[in-house]
Structure formats: structure tokens, C-alpha cells
Design a protein around this ligand. Structure first.
Ligand code: IMP
Length: 432
């Protein structure tokens, strides 16, 4: 049976939860394949005392769907403190988390990586990336530098000590001599990591093997990308990106799944665009329209609480996401946020120094200078949150959606019309 990939099409926070909910009980495994606790999704959990909101950062969303096996793949970086805090938080609310499986090849975020993330950002000043400060970049850097600590290293104390010592050998020089911080003793880091061994051991498996066997047995695997296309370290707006592959290709390496297994690539795209952190953003609105999108769309970071930068829908980005990911289905989210505008601008192309670009410019210099070529579509005033079929939408909203679909390079299979789980128009099934 197939694997389905789910990614964000823009700079993250597209509302992937909507698509996961739609897929929910139709899949058997949900695999997080990249990123770490830099992501954030708010989930509402039914409890005996009524619904409770809970913010998840590291755990795959499948953890909340009974019967689904949630998997943390090898491409993820794990902060063990956060992992167990999230598990404890869910356990306390009566959510069964005992199904969770963690790859033995996933890398661990050690204390020193969090420290380095923060001091480097401070040191960069105006050149900072605006990271989440969770140690994500430094941990992936260690992985590529071949000085990372993997989950499996916890099971060999001698190796663990050697590896931490090796990593700190370089880092302590940097911390002390460049960043004016205190050196971090190897023993303290090793002791902290060993403190997680007993809890971690029963969760750990060769997840690539397990997933292959599961698909062989007819199970459906959902590979869920953290962050989004334009935050991908290769295909995003480098250097203002995260440090992993958040696009569909990353699903193969980050989960250990062969490309031919993937039958469907679903990208979630918001009816406008938002971004957190620094970096270019052609349709960004610094005026009251931007403020209105932020307030109407509740665009404040789940992980950091930062206000998100907001702008109009950018069809160049959507087309790029369709191409890079091989998107078979878009899920359009937050259409309701656009209710009440007399007309809604959409970026259909870029103007770079007088030259029109219908595709993403080749260089970041051009992308930094890209000015949106806007087309205007009539808005609507009606509350659309009750719409459950396309025909329920006011004609202007239908026109807006049809126009976006035409310019975005793949069919729209679902449209989110409100924050609630059922506030969605499903146009075609996402599985099968
Ligand atoms: P890092 O992933 O913490 O290294 O941050 C790198 C960039 O990615 C920063 O601009 C972050 O704001 C952004 N970023 C990381 N994770 C997310 C996410 O889940 N949603 C949106 N932006 C993110």
C-alpha cells in the first residue's frame, strides 16, 4: 500500500492539522520526517472536563488519533526533554501515547546545541535568521559534520562519552573564545542524556524497516513534513530557512522510504501567506491589511508566540511548491480569513527590475528584489464557515478559489472555511 506525503507549500503555518484531520482514520502510520520542536500545532483534546487546548511541537500529530502509529523518523532532531514533557502532558490528559516509535538513527538535540543556536543568533545581530532558538540548526550542522549524537548512541555509554567529548572539543573553544560563554563539561551532558535511556529504550526501533514491512502488509503511511517548502534548506529562501529538507524529497531520506512508494503528495496552502523570522517575502503587507490578516487569522507563532508577517496569496510560490514537491492535491486553508475585503489582490507573477517572472527567480538576489504583479478579485461579506460544499460558497469566493487553483499548478481537493475540525469543504478524497 502507498505512502502519502503531506507538506506545507509556503513558509509554514498553513494549517496542516486540517489535512491531517481529513486523513486521520484512513491512515495507519503518521511519520514525522524532518525538523524538531521548532514546529508547532495547537490541538484540541476532548477530556471529561470538556475540550482542552494543547500545543504540540515535536510529536507527530498522529499521536492523537486512536489506532494510528505515530513515528519519529530518522530525519528528525529530538530534544529528549521536550519529547518526554509532551508525552507527560498528553498522558496527564488521558491520551494513550504508548504506540509511539522513535528511529534509532534520529539525532538528539543536546544542551550545547540550544546554547549555540541562541548565542549565534545574538552574535549575528542584523544578519540573524530569526530561528526558534531550539537548537535545530546546530544539531543538523553536527549531523552533517559527523559529530552528531544519535538516539542509538544512548545505548552505548562509552561511545556516547566519546562522541559528546568530541563534539564539545570544538564547541567549547567557540563558546569560550568567540562567544564569551562558559565551557560545558562533557560529564554533565552525558549524565543528562543517560537520564533518558530507560524511557527511550522501549520506543526505539529500526523505523525504516518497520515502515517497509507495514506497507508490505497493506498499511497506509502518512509522511508529514515539518515547516514548509520555502523553509527547505535546499529549495527555500536560503539562508532564511530551517536546516532540514521540508519538501517531498525529504520524506524519502527522513523516513527511509523508497520514492516509488509515494503515490500522493498533498500540499497545504493558505489563502494568503505568512512567515515568521527574517527573510524576503514579496507580498508582505506592512499596512493595515497585513494587521487585519494577522488578527483575523490569529497569526501568532505556536512555538515562539511571535507575530507572523502576513501578505496576499502568491501564485508563484504555489506553482513552485507544486513543481518541487510533485503536488497531486492542494488543501487550501483559511479562506474564511479573507471574508470582508472588497477586493482581494493575488500575486500572479514577479516584477524584477522591469522583467516579468512567472516562475521563482533563479537567484535570491532577484527574489529579494521581486515586486508582486497583482491581479484583483472581488471579495465577499458572507460568513462562509458553514459552507460544506463548493456551491455553498458565495460566487465571489468560488471565483477566488477557481482563480487560485488555475494559477497554482495542481487541483484543490479541500478548502478550509474555519478553525473547527469540520469546517472544511472536501472536493475529492485524499486517500485512495
Ligand atoms: P529554525 O528552524 O529554528 O532554525 O528557524 C529557521 C527559520 O525557520 C526561522 O525563520 C523560523 O521562524 C522558521 N521556522 C522554523 N519552524 C517553523 C514552523 O514550524 N513554522 C514556521 N516557521 C518556522
Amino acid at each position: 500500500m502507498p505512502a502519502i506525503v503531506l507538506v506545507g507549500a509556503q513558509w509554514g503555518d498553513e494549517g496542516k492539522g486540517k489535512a491531517t484531520d481529513l486523513l486521520g482514520d484512513q491512515v495507519d502510520y503518521v511519520v514525522k520526517f524532518n525538523g524538531g520542536n521548532n514546529a508547532g500545532h495547537t490541538v484540541v483534546i476532548p477530556t471529561p472536563n470538556g475540550p482542552e487546548k494543547y500545543a504540540l511541537h515535536l510529536l507527530p500529530s498522529g499521536i492523537l488519533t486512536p489506532g494510528v502509529v505515530p513515528v519519529i523518523g530518522n530525519g528528525v532532531v529530538i530534544d529528549p526533554e521536550v519529547l518526554f514533557a509532551e508525552l507527560d502532558g498528553l498522558d496527564a490528559r488521558g491520551v494513550d501515547t504508548s504506540n509511539l516509535i522513535v528511529s534509532s538513527n534520529a539525532h538528539l538535540i543536546a544542551t550545547y546545541n540550544r546554547t549555540i543556536d541562541k548565542v549565534v543568533e545574538r552574535f549575528l545581530g542584523s544578519r540573524r535568521i530569526g530561528t526558534t532558538g531550539r537548537g535545530i540548526g546546530p544539531t543538523y550542522a553536527d549531523k552533517m559534520n559527523r559529530i552528531g549524537i544519535r538516539v542509538q548512541d544512548l545505548f552505548d555509554e562509552k561511545i556516547l562519552f566519546q562522541k559528546v567529548e568530541g563534539a564539545l572539543d570544538q564547541k567549547n573553544h567557540l563558546l569560550v573564545k568567540v562567544y564569551n560563554r562558559r565551557a560545558i563539561p562533557t560529564e554533565a551532558v552525558v549524565e543528562e542524556l543517560l537520564g533518558y535511556v530507560d524511557r527511550l529504550r522501549p520506543l526505539v526501533a529500526d523505523t525504516a524497516l518497520l515502515l517497509e514491512q507495514a506497507m508490505g502488509d497493506g498499511k497506509i503511511v502518512l509522511l508529514e513534513g515539518g515547516q514548509a517548502t520555502l523553509l527547505d534548506v535546499d529549495h527555500g529562501t536560503y539562508p532564511f530557512v530551517t536546516s532540514s529538507n521540508a519538501t517531498a524529497g525529504g520524506a524519502c531520506t527522513g523516513a527511509g522510504i523508497a520514492p516509488m512508494r509515494i503515490e500522493r503528495v498533498i500540499a497545504v496552502v493558505k489563502a494568503y501567506v505568512s512567515r515568521v523570522g527574517e527573510g524576503p517575502f514579496p507580498t508582505e503587507l506592512l499596512d493595515e491589511d497585513g494587521e487585519r490578516l494577522r488578527l483575523n487569522g490569529h497569526e501568532f507563532g505556536t512555538t515562539t508566540g511571535r507575530p507572523r508577517r502576513c501578505g496576499w496569496y502568491d501564485a508563484v510560490i504555489a506553482r513552485y511548491a507544486a513543481r518541487i514537491n510533485g503536488v497531486t492535491d492542494f488543501v487550501l486553508t483559511k479562506l474564511d480569513v479573507l471574508t470582508g475585503w472588497e477586493q482581494i489582490p493575488v500575486c500572479v507573477a514577479y516584477d524584477v527590475g522591469g522583467v516579468r517572472h512567472d516562475e521563482m527567480p533563479m537567484t535570491q538576489t532577484d527574489f529579494h528584489h521581486a515586486r508582486p504583479v497583482l491581479e484583483y478579485f472581488p471579495g465577499w461579506d458572507e460568513d462562509i464557515s458553514g459552507a460544506r460544499s463548493f456551491d455553498d460558497l458565495p460566487p465571489q469566493a468560488q471565483g477566488y478559489v477557481r482563480a487560485l487553483e488555475k494559477m497554482s499548478g495542481a487541483p484543490f481537493s479541500a478548502i478550509g472555511v474555519g478553525p473547527g475540525r469540520d469546517e472544511i469543504i472536501q472536493l475529492r478524497p485524499l486517500v485512495g
